[in-house]
Design a protein around this ligand. Structure first.
Ligand SMILES: Nc1ncnc2c1ncn2[C@@H]1O[C@H](COP(=O)(O)OP(=O)(O)O)[C@@H](O)[C@H]1O
Ligand SMILES: [Mg+2]
Length: 336
């Protein structure tokens, strides 16, 4: 894929607001995604990752949430302004979403095979037997053992990991161009998590699906992402190719996230946690939203920093970036 190929998805200035809040909970978010690529959106809980994905799917809880600005061109058409019927046609067909909790997608009273077949019938208008054959094919693709038998089981008869596989099978049944995956492995134990990530990578390579993978886990990012968008309090604070972000993190928040990951921190012998917490959606501070937690805060941080390097591939929204070379030096200077 050449970098110049037209993007599959181009999100520009997406903003989302809770009714009556004085500022956006997702604010001016822009990114693009090429066909077949993976963008990870990473950040602590409450940073607006899920709402960003839900807005793209047309699934925001509205009211109280609403899109207050922006566009999201998917194959050249703006997802945010499509008529409802058109949205429903694209959803589950050209784009699909999977969640942390498979039971938010799976219907507990329908057999696994029926639900996947129903998703196929709804969008493809094929016969029952063709849809059922597709369901079986998908369960085999996600490597559910004894797939033929599982077709006739209910979700509660499957283990957590198998349910996650079934949800992936359903999401991919219509061969979408874009998969939105919101913390798909967060609830699973480490071994199962690794298996599911491996499965997702394999299927993605086979099917050529582009993916937006939402996670709070930089380990998952390192495994999966081509590009990374670091999100803090509703804004992208740093975005770039995965290698660049890991080799040369420039935003204090990105550096803080990395330093708090023992396996990844470049100075893992000195673990840092970022003090403080993400501001609430109804009470966002003016200026840089990270300032109150930032050890490098200065006067100008009362103004909102724009992403640097317009048009470049590695961009950062910080008045003081790049900051990495000086990080932790104040601590070293202090007497023991
Ligand atoms: N229905 C809602 N009403 C009000 N605020 C909401 C609603 N849903 C989410 N929020 C707020 O939106 C913010 C971002 O949430 P979310 O996108 O779920 O974060 P993340 O996925 O990064 O953990 C949170 O502060 C959350 O409280
Ligand atoms: Mg979330």
């Amino acid at each position: 894929m050449t970098p110049d190929a037209p993007p599959l998805l181009e999100v520009r200035n997406l903003s989302i607001r809770v009714a009556n809040a004085r500022s956006n909970l997702v604010d001016d978010v822009s990114f693009s995604l090429q066909p077949g690529r993976t963008l990870c959106i990473v950040g602590e809980s409450g940073c607006g990752k899920s709402q960003t994905a839900l807005a793209l799917m047309g699934l925001l809880a509205s009211p109280p949430l609403s899109v207050t600005g922006g566009t999201a061109l998917f194959n050249g058409r703006d997802l945010l302004s499509l008529p409802q019927a058109e949205k429903q046609r694209i959803r589950g067909d050209r784009m699909a979403m999977i969640f942390q909790e498979p039971m938010s997608s799976l219907n507990p009273v329908l057999r696994i095979g029926e639900q996947i077949a129903e998703a196929v019938r709804r969008h493809r208008g094929v016969s029952n037997s063709v849809a059922r054959a597709r369901a079986l094919e998908m369960l085999e693709k996600v490597r559910i053992p004894a797939a033929g038998k599982r077709l006739d089981e209910f979700p509660h008869q499957l283990s957590g990991g198998m349910r996650q596989r079934a949800m992936i099978a359903m999401a991919l049944a219509n061969d979408p161009e874009l998969l939105l995956a919101d913390e798909p492995t967060t609830a699973l134990d480490v071994t199962i998590q690794a298996q599911i990530l491996d499965l997702m990578r394999t299927l993605q390579a086979e099917l050529g699906t582009a993916m937006i993978l939402i996670t709070h886990d930089l380990g998952v990012v390192a495994e999966m992402a081509d590009e990374v968008a670091v999100m803090y309090a509703g804004r992208i604070v740093e975005i770039g190719a995965t290698q660049d972000i890991f080799d040369d993190p420039q935003h204090p928040y990105t550096i803080g996230l990395m330093s708090s990951m023992p396996a990844l921190g470049r100075r893992s012998e000195r673990l840092v946690t970022i003090p403080g917490r993400v501001p609430s959606a109804t009470d966002m501070p003016d200026g840089c939203r990270f300032a109150s937690r930032c050890p490098f805060r200065i006067g100008i941080c009362a103004r909102t920093p724009e992403l640097s390097n317009p048009g470049g591939s590695h961009r950062v929204a910080c008045w003081r970036a790049p900051i990495e070379e000086t990080y932790l030096q104040p601590q070293e200077a202090q007497p023991a």
